[in-house]
Design a protein around this ligand. Structure first.
Ligand SMILES: Nc1ncnc2c1ncn2[C@@H]1O[C@H](COP(=O)(O)OP(=O)(O)OP(=O)(O)O)[C@@H](O)[C@H]1O
Length: 264
């Protein structure tokens, strides 16, 4: 059964129909990639799902509960998390303190009581860091971490809210290929282990084809294709919108992940 069901979603800015009546769904335990050329409507779609932009038309239901019209914080409380393109951690705090802050923020919806971050659920924060392979660096300041490690900490922070759906906006932007693959393999593991759903945008086609379970393709606000990576690769409409953009879907040698293929 679908966790997220989007139906007839639309948004205009002045005369520009940024998102034009799109419908799709995401199941628990699924990684769904949202791709499309520049200006296709990806960010607008993301911002409607997490409440930053109010849709003009359509509905966004999370496990049957309507999200359209709710505030970002209410949507977050219902279990929609988000990681950002630019790494967002408190660099003056240690790795574990950053995760503790996120746990406090999560708890404040249950019992509004402040406790000192240093005392608060360190063990649970360490367990989250263990899951992303960062427990050994728990007491280092975030400011000294490598970029790929900051992205891992961000994932642990997102997990603190126990999201049912995680939105990831270009998760691997600015990363080297090895780090990219490590981060996406980790994301995939978390999706499977936690039964979480992930909706992500990504410009790197090798990442999309290697890790997405399914993909949806937008062009000029419309959903032009939907399917498994192999189906999308050969889809004539997708070839058409990407033609001349420098991103083609030619098959190349296999990636590290043996069940997938790299594309340019
Ligand atoms: N706040 C806004 N005001 C006016 N027009 C906007 C606004 N936000 C987006 N648009 C327009 O809506 C269309 C879709 O933009 P959007 O940012 O959603 O696309 P995108 O697929 O995320 O693009 P990119 O890959 O370049 O980030 C574009 O034509 C854009 O110029």
């Amino acid at each position: 059964m679908s966790l997220l069901t989007v139906n007839g979603l639309g948004k205009s800015f002045g005369g520009v129909r940024a998102v034009d009546g799109i419908s799709f769904d995401v199941a628990a335990g699924e990684l769904l990639a949202l791709i499309g050329p520049n200006g296709a409507g990806k960010s607008t779609t993301f911002n409607m799902v997490n409440g930053q932009i109010r849709p003009d038309t359509g509905s966004i239901a999370l496990a049957g509960r309507e999200l359209a019209g709710l505030k970002p914080r209410q949507i977050w409380q219902l279990g929609v998390g988000r990681t950002f393109q630019i790494a967002e951690t408190f660099s003056s705090l240690t790795v574990v303190e950053n995760v503790q802050m996120a746990l406090i923020s999560h708890d404040r919806r249950l019992f509004s009581m402040w406790r000192r971050a240093a005392d608060h659920r360190r063990a649970e924060a360490l367990a989250l860091l263990e899951q992303v392979g960062m427990a050994a660096q728990a007491d280092r300041p975030c400011s000294v971490l490598a970029y790929g490690d900051v992205k891992r900490v961000e994932l642990a922070i997102a997990m603190a809210n126990q999201p049912k759906l995680l939105l990831m906006d270009e998760p691997t932007a600015g990363m080297a290929p090895k780090e990219r693959n490590e981060l996406m393999a980790l994301t995939k593991r978390l999706v499977v282990e936690r039964g979480m759903a992930v909706l992500f945008t990504e410009h790197s086609m090798d990442v999309v084809f290697a890790y997405a379970d399914r993909m949806i393709v937008l062009a000029r606000g419309r959903l032009i294709a939907e399917g498994r990576p192999a189906e999308i690769r050969d889809h004539p409409k997708v070839q058409e919108v990407y033609f001349g953009s420098g991103k083609t879907f030619e098959k190349k040698a296999p990636l590290q992940n043996p069940s997938t293929r790299e594309v340019a």
